[in-house]
Design a protein around this ligand. Structure first.
Ligand code: F3S
Length: 69
């Protein structure tokens, strides 16, 4: 699994950091979040899926086996 944060949609709500702090990094100067390195360890996949569901801006994209959800 890989994850991407759409910079056009992210508004810095930071809910993703609550659910999957290892998968995202907050950029103070830009008040938004980026994916840490994009590659998600199997044990963190459920947390990242929860973060995707909880983002109010629908800014998080998950890639599974080459497909975008
Ligand atoms: Fe941005 Fe959504 Fe996280 S708006 S900071 S990706 S909860």
């Amino acid at each position: 699994m890989r994850v991407y944060v759409d910079p056009e949609r992210c508004r810095g709500h930071a809910r993703c950091l609550t659910f999957a702090p290892n998968a995202f990094e907050y950029l103070d100067l830009e008040d938004r979040v980026v994916a840490s390195d994009g590659e998600i360890a199997p044990e963190d996949e459920d947390s990242v899926r929860r973060a995707e569901q909880e983002c109010p801006e629908r800014a998080i994209r998950i890639y599974d086996q080459g497909d975008v959800r």
